[in-house]
Design a protein around this ligand. Sequence first.
Ligand SMILES: [Fe+2]
Ligand SMILES: [Fe+2]
Length: 313
Amino acid sequence: MAHISNHHEDSLLELMWLGEDDGDEAQRKAQDSLAAAVAKVSGLKPFPVVAGELLRLLQTREFRMAQVQQLMERDAALATRVIAVCNSPMFCTQRPCDSLDEALVRLGTRTVEEIVAAVAAAGMFGDVPPIGKRVLAHCAGVAAIVRVLATMWRHGAVPQVFLCGLLHDVGKLLSLQCEEFDYASLDESEVVGADQVYLVERAQLGYDHALLGAHALRLWHIAEPVPEVVAYHHQPGRAYERGTEIGLLVALVRIADAIEGQMWVDEELDEAFLERLMRDGAPGFADISAGDIRGTWEGMLLARRYAIALFAG
Ligand SMILES: [Fe+2]
Ligand SMILES: [Fe+2]
């Protein structure tokens, strides 16, 4: 049984959403089923060892390049994929990097950290069933879109935003692999549709993919604010109350989530969709206008294609 005892995880449990009529009994049952699912996940899905060590090393901020090289030699496939993402148009603005050392210097430790975590996490779901492939492509698409949104408009490079996008629905992939929830019985658009399937999950499981994902990310030592953003991505009101950092990240992920779902259906910008999107609180919170979205649509579409090819191809 996984321990749900450290203070981070306790605070995540407080996020458990229940309807107004649910009492303590329902709360306890929901917590028990979440704890059981987290235990299952930790047994079935350990985070790749070398990537985990590399992340912990980078997070210390006091590493030597020789240590990074040593780790990379132990997992050449990870190194190759990380460099491919660093050199993709999503991240590379000048000439391509030949090594991780070079990427660390040019893109900065925090960005490389994000890319390592993204590549390692996506690699854990290479064998998912067809509906999982769509979820993985959705996650990759949201990561690319949210990065364009964050970098092309007023916020500059928002740290961790790419990783938040990539991991926002990791709970769905875990539920699928641990056979906690039968997504195949739902329509594909419902499975990736923002703000829909989490209600069905809550009704059936007592918890949703946002909470399960956040717990798994903590087990994998993915640094804050990513787990918290993942936990809150379907509870925007509560996220916005948490302050600017979490609120902005959640708002950006929510906008990208809706845009990716729409792009899957129709790559042309549809004004009726845009109107619906602008009615959500997220664009207002992130200070993004309909014109901003129109102006970046093509860039987001292109970035999304790159990301899907790299992470879910
Ligand atoms: Fe979600
Ligand atoms: Fe999503």
